[in-house]
Design a protein around this ligand. Structure first.
Ligand SMILES: CC(=O)SCCNC(=O)CCNC(=O)[C@H](O)C(C)(C)COP(=O)(O)OP(=O)(O)OC[C@H]1O[C@@H](n2cnc3c(N)ncnc32)[C@H](O)[C@@H]1OP(=O)(O)O
Ligand SMILES: CC(C)C(=O)C(=O)O
Length: 519
């Protein structure tokens, strides 16, 4: 590599990522993800472990055939059978790579029953074999971090002599810390003959939550390939998250003057797609791609970002492909955010109007975890429906539901006079509507009763619409509330209020206080 400031991104979502228990992806899903990784600018895609199964072999072969720019790599153990099978799959790629590995630490030498000398011999033979098949060979010292330093130098030297072009130093069990991660790469670059002719890679696991920090430390010491996965998917606590290292290198170029070829605006889409196909949800507060990573809910933060986005944001959401707004409305939000959000939704409010909506917004936010755009629209529609001529007002409602029947206790004012009713009905809404009729007898017929949840979740607001007809006059009332029954009563009463207004408009001399209502 000529440009020493370039860091290669090696994505192993389809190999190490798929090793997360339960994260198995279908053939077509793997092809789709590989296509997206290729388009995003990933330098090397580790597409699978061809000897593992017929399915893995087919996936690696097809990914290799379809690759446009990325190098396509397959994993193989340190034996000829694995390496041959790997080559059969990757050879279809314009730029194939064989990746072969062996565990070099004491406990792994026990597993393969090879002493130090035998293992050196095995490494030399297998890397030479791979190199006879393919020009691009990566060799990994599995559990390198827990391998004796002198022995690590010896095996790395052996792999380089046998023709490996990339040497990977994995922290297989997520055990290292940034200083040590850097120190090992520095030591290998200084001590191993031929080290400057190959690329050193870092492959970290996140068992102690250090994968990103350890990968970046290795880069600062001279590693020029980071192995990572989308959303940090991978064995146990996962691998280094691609989005984290790529964005860290981009945001802190002042301290780490390296670049990658990744088109960061494609990150969010890939993250969502990998989450869908793997079935692994991304935690809300996950760096870069979590649902909350760019959201501001508290009033002081919202006011800050509305005035100057840099107050609370170190990167632009658009840089990773987030197009949604960065303001989340909730109980900690203030007027500045509410005004801005309503403006975005098409409501430009005067100060006194804003104050009124703000009070009702806070009341709603106290009952709901998150207030969505649809909730605000419902709130605005509700306030628009309030004509200021409320002859009937709901004061209190208590409903008893259950297998023994449904009853409603309703308190309403009719032109300021408080009235109460206790009614039963066929269901809670029917009981409530009977109570409204008892307090305010009328002959209007119910033409439509419609309930719609405006957002997800059991705490969603319901928007209820009620349409009434009287003597050819049609009126509609609508109301929104997290309590569907209360929203129903408010919508019904809202429709009646409109009916009363319509009656007075068609009979202008009528006095509302004495107007008679049909039974
Ligand atoms: C750190 C990592 O992520 S390493 C990659 C881990 N990923 C996987 O293992 C997924 C794919 N694996 C598989 O499908 C299977 O394990 C296979 C097909 C590779 C092997 O299956 P099996 O032949 O049934 O062997 P099994 O899985 O039980 O044991 C692994 C064998 O590989 C040997 N082995 C492990 N690593 C290596 C290596 N790098 N080089 C050579 N041999 C190795 C073990 O010593 C053991 O050998 P043994 O059967 O003689 O005791
Ligand atoms: C095979 C190697 C690279 C690996 O996945 C690890 O050591 O974690």
């Amino acid at each position: 590599m000529t440009d020493n400031s370039q860091v290669l991104i090696f994505d192993t979502t389809l190999r190490d990522g798929e090793q997360s228990p339960g994260a198995t992806m279908s053939h077509n899903e793997k092809l789709e993800i590989a296509g997206l990784l290729d388009e995003m600018g990933v330098d090397i895609i580790e597409a699978g472990f061809p000897i593992a199964s017929e399915g893995d072999f087919a996936a690696v072969s097809d990914i290799a055939k379809n690759a446009k720019n990325s190098v396509i790599c397959g994993l193989s153990r340190a034996n000829y059978k694995d390496i041959d099978r790997c080559w059969e799959a990757v050879k279809h790629a314009a730029r194939p790579r064989i990746h072969t590995f062996i565990g070099t630490s004491p406990s792994h030498r026990e597993i393969t029953k090879l002493n130090q000398d035998e293992m050196v011999e095995r490494i030399f033979e297998t890397v030479t074999h791979a190199r006879n098949l393919c020009e691009d060979v990566q060799w990994s010292a599995m559990d390198a971090i827990r391998t004796e330093r002198d022995y690590l130098c010896r095996v790395v030297e052996t792999a380089i002599k046998a023709g490996a072009t990339t040497i990977n130093i994995p922290d297989t069990v997520g055990y290292t810390l940034p200083d040590e991660s850097a120190e090992i790469i520095r030591m290998l670059l200084e001590k191993v003959p031929g080290a400057s002719d190959v690329i050193f890679a870092t492959h970290c696991h996140n068992d102690l939550g250090m994968a990103t920090a350890n990968s970046l430390a290795a880069v600062s010491a001279g590693a020029r390939q980071i192995e990572c996965t989308i959303n940090g998917l991978g064995e146990r606590a996962g691998n280094t998250a691609l989005e984290e290292v790529v964005m860290a290198l981009r945001v802190r170029r002042d301290l780490m003057p390296y670049q990658t070829k990744i088109d960061t605006t494609k990150i969010m889409n890939l993250s969502r797609r990998v989450s869908q196909v793997s079935g692994f949800a991304v935690q809300f507060n996950k760096a870069i791609v979590g649902k909350n990573a760019f959201l501001h809910e508290s009033g002081i933060h919202q006011d800050g970002v509305l005035k100057n986005v840099e107050t609370f944001e170190i990167m632009k959401p658009a840089d990773i492909g987030i197009t949604e707004t960065n303001i989340a409305m909730g109980k900690h939000s203030g007027r500045a955010a509410l005004r801005s959000k309503l403006k975005e939704l098409g409501y430009d409010l005067a100060d006194n109007q804003l104050q009124d909506v703000f009070v009702r917004f806070k009341a709603l936010a106290d009952r709901k975890k998150e207030v969505y755009d649809e909730d605000l629209i419902a709130l605005m529609t509700d306030s628009a429906a309030n004509t200021g001529e409320d002859h009937l007002q709901v004061k209190k409602l208590r409903v008893i539901c259950g297998s023994d029947g449904q009853e409603a206790d309703l308190v309403m004012t009719v032109n300021g006079v408080e009235k109460t009713a206790h009614c039963q009905g066929d269901g809670p809404v029917d009981a409530c509507f009977n109570a409204v009729k008892q307090i305010f007898p009328h002959g209007a017929r119910l033409k439509l009763y419609q309930v719609q949840a405006v957002t997800d979740g059991t705490d969603a607001q319901a928007t209820v619409s009620v349409r009434l007809e009287e003597d050819g006059r049609i009126v509609t009332g609508s109301a929104a509330d997290t309590d569907t029954i209360l929203a129903s009563v408010k919508a019904y009463v809202g429709a009646l209020n409109r009916l009363i207004v319509r009656r007075t408009k068609t009979a202008p001399d009528a006095d509302m206080k004495t107007v008679s209502f049909k039974e």
